[in-house]
Design a protein around this ligand. Structure first.
Ligand code: GLA
Length: 392
């Protein structure tokens, strides 16, 4: 209110000296921006986003914090459809890839834009593992391997959803029960994911799960970030808080080694331009067609710790990732090939977006030396990741 009065007064003053009309327009724009930013109250809106081909209703939740930062999340796949954050001048931009409508997501399930990934984020070799002396065979949906939970993973199901209360932000809780044997996994698994958009510009994701039979779980989130809103991400700067990574074979299955990043193109311990080494004739980069690897995070204690910092000099936007997980998959969007027209007609060429997927290491069920992904009957799985947005 006070700001509106100020805007009106400023306008009158400028009108008195008509020759400054250019300045007048600037003043109105700036003041209006201040008015709209200050007037925003945190809120959440629920609306229908259509129906899946098998007639399931999909809801869309729009979360807005008091700074006007907005996240749109739908119950299909728990997908983050858009994430609008300001650049250094205060201009909002949508920094994640996706489609304009539900149909886009249902038809093109390859890239997993913005989705919750489960039961197992990333690959399990040959789609098989043994637990308590029994062998389980999973769907093989990535060559001979199992990827991101199988043919119909958590990214392709309709979650139940409701608004929940969280201190200092707006939140939506999504839940789903995956039945015993789904995609080959043992146990009825009850999963819940709470997305909170805080007033400190964080998107917080809290995952939890319980099972009635011993099983494996590794949940993650698959947003593709482009802090410049459009174009290639190779000019983004990245820091990954990790001294080691898990090298892979040509099927992108970890060999089991934890290798030092020192002297390799995997060294992101300092802020580094993503494109500066991405096309090197390095065996790991050749296997990944760029970056598509898991980093072993330098962790301190059990709680949230800094995993990565992504920034874009042009817009000034920064995303910091904090997690309770031991690993981070940095995927540089190498499989995007221009065949997808996404939101607003953007054509997603190679490396148009990148994922920072917090996780346990790929193929852990077959790698006893890796941190365990086993969830015992009666125990609770919980994991938290925060994407914090700022500018510099
Ligand atoms: C993950 C994988 C990639 C690719 C993408 C989805 O990040 O590691 O190899 O499958 O998902 O396209």
């Amino acid at each position: 209110m006070a700001l509106s009065l100020l805007a009106a007064r400023t306008m009158k003053q400028f009108l008195r000296c008509g020759k400054h009309s250019g300045l007048l327009i600037v003043a109105i724009l700036v003041t209006n921006q201040a008015v709209s930013m200050a007037a925003t109250k945190q809120h959440i809106k629920k609306e229908s986003f259509g129906k899946t081909p098998d007639a399931q209703e999909v809801d869309l939740y729009t979360l807005t914090n008091k700074n006007g930062v907005e996240a749109r999340i739908m119950t299909y796949g728990g997908i983050v459809l858009s994430l609008k954050v300001p650049d250094r001048t205060g201009k909002q931009g949508d920094i994640v890839l996706g489609y304009d409508n539900l149909e886009g997501y249902v038809k093109n399930n390859g890239p997993y834009f913005g989705a919750i990934i489960g039961r197992y984020g990333n690959r399990i070799a040959k789609g098989t593992f043994s637990l308590n002396g029994q062998q389980y065979n999973l769907a093989r949906n990535n060559g001979e391997n199992h990827l991101h939970g199988g043919i119909k993973g958590f990214d392709k199901i309709v979650w139940k959803g409701k608004e929940v209360k969280r201190v200092n932000g707006v939140a939506v809780s999504l839940w789903y029960t995956s039945t015993d044997g789904e995609e080959g996994y043992p146990g009825n698994l009850s999963v819940s994911v709470v997305y909170t958009l805080t007033n400190t510009n964080q998107l917080k994701i809290e995952y939890s799960a319980t099972t009635d039979k011993d099983t494996v779980v590794n949940l993650t989130h698959h947003s593709y970030f482009n802090l410049a809103v459009e174009g290639s991400i190779v000019n983004h700067q990245l820091m990954i808080n990790a001294g080691r990574f898990t090298p892979v074979d040509e099927g992108l299955i970890p060999t089991g080694e934890l290798r030092s990043v020192k002297g390799t193109p995997m060294d992101f311990t300092q802020n580094t331009q993503i494109g500066s080494r991405i096309d090197r004739q390095d065996q790991q980069l050749i296997f990944g067609k760029g970056y598509d690897h898991n980093w072993v995070l330098n962790r301190t204690g059990k709680g949230l710790s800094l995993a990565a910092r992504l920034s874009d000099r042009g817009s000034g936007r920064v995303v910091e990732v904090f997690t309770t997980e031991p690993g981070l998959q940095f995927y540089s969007g190498n499989f995007l090939d221009g065949s997808i027209s996404g939101k607003g007609g953007h054509v997603y060429q190679k490396r148009y977006g990148l994922c920072l997927e917090t996780q346990h290491f790929p193929d852990s069920p077959n790698k006893p030396a890796f941190p365990s992904t086993v969830l015992k009957r009666g125990k609770k799985y919980s994991s938290t990741t925060i994407y914090r947005f700022s500018v510099k």
